[in-house]
Design a protein around this ligand. Structure first.
Ligand code: PRT
Ligand code: ZN
Length: 296
């Protein structure tokens, strides 16, 4: 067995909105996560890596300090951390497409709103004081930022602040509290971050190996393999219709002169509308297959 120092450390959220999807991403990348009693860490059985289960707010610090070489965290948490740092010590290596939410300014339904100027001189409650402060500075607005660690949506009712700035996904929480969104401050999704701390060549290779697998996982999420038959005169129209495909493979069909099979990997979603358009060009026997693994 490898000594601990020879293993990568990957920080993911212990329990919360990102934890299951973070584990799923690593599993899709082929990592077999040991099911142990230890709730703070788990060994990966088939890759020299350990997972650390921590609070999301601690992930940027762990990665910045190099305690963990990699981490999965909300872009919002990372941004809030980085705005408090002199130099960026974490690097975003992939946007993961889950945990999407928006940091929004919101106000009670009946509060008049004439754009961000309405914030001038007001108090705004938020768990993201640095992101909000930066937003206010960029809009040249002077307002008082009130930091709250949770239950931000209660601030107007408790007369802590007439405005709030909080994460929104469905909008149900705002609505349930008689609030309406008035302005977007920051769009967020989960990101994969790596430490900027220099590492040994061997460690670098471990990181690069895992990152290339994760790139493959992300690329295959939308990607599809398309096969169809088509007459020669339709081939250029078909190539133009295939979403995100580079240089399709064209093969002659046996005993059907002037007809070809077209095979292509499409990097973007393939919708029914695309299939209908392909058919209209003269394509037939159109098959769309999922791709299980891909290494670019
Ligand atoms: O214990 P730990 O500190 O690790 O977890 P946490 O409670 O701080 O975080 P958690 O699990 O709630 O969220 C982790 C990350 O998920 C956040 O940092 C975001 O990047 C992302 N995320 C995505 C969200 C939401 N959607 C979200 N809707 N985080 C929080 N919310 C909250 C929001 O604060 C508000 O209270 O959900 C409520 C609004 O939801 P809607 O659907 O009613 O609009
Ligand atoms: Zn947290």
């Amino acid at each position: 067995m490898l000594a601990d120092s020879a293993r990568l450390h990957i920080a993911i959220q212990k329990s919360g909105r990102l934890s299951e999807l973070s584990r799923a991403l690593l599993r899709d990348a082929g990592l077999r996560i040991q099911n142990g009693k230890n709730e703070l860490a788990a060994r990966v059985e088939n890759y020299p890596a350990d997972l650390m289960f921590v609070r999301d707010d601690d992930i940027p610090t762990f990665v910045a300090d190099g305690v963990c070489e990699l981490g999965v965290v909300g872009g919002n948490v990372l941004r809030e951390f980085e705005l408090g740092e002199a130099d960026p010590r974490c690097e975003i290596v992939a946007e993961l497409g889950f945990g999407r939410c928006t940091l929004k300014l919101a106000a009670p339904e009946n509060t008049p709103w004439e754009g961000v100027a309405s914030l001038e001189g007001a108090r705004i409650a938020t768990s993201y004081p640095r992101i909000l402060q930066r937003f206010l500075e960029e809009g040249q607005i002077k307002a008082t930022v009130v930091k709250m660690n949770g239950a931000v949506e209660l601030a107007p009712r408790l007369q802590i602040a007439p405005f709030i700035c909080d994460l929104v996904s469905t909008g149900a929480t705002l609505e349930a509290n008689g609030l309406r969104p008035v302005e977007t401050v920051f769009e967020s999704e989960a990101v994969l971050v790596r430490s900027r701390k220099p590492v040994s060549q061997a460690r670098e290779e471990q990181v690069a190996g895992l990152l290339s697998r994760i790139d493959g996982v992300l690329a295959t999420k939308e990607a599809k393999y398309i096969m169809l038959n088509a007459p020669e005169e339709a081939l250029s129209a078909i190539s133009a219709l295939l979403p995100g495909a580079e240089a399709p493979t064209i093969l002659p069909l046996h005993q059907r002169p002037g007809h070809f099979a077209v095979h292509a990997v499409c990097q973007e979603s393939v919708f029914w509308e695309t299939l209908q358009k392909l058919k209209a060009t003269g394509a037939s026997a159109i098959l769309v297959l999922p791709i299980e693994k891909m290494m670019l």
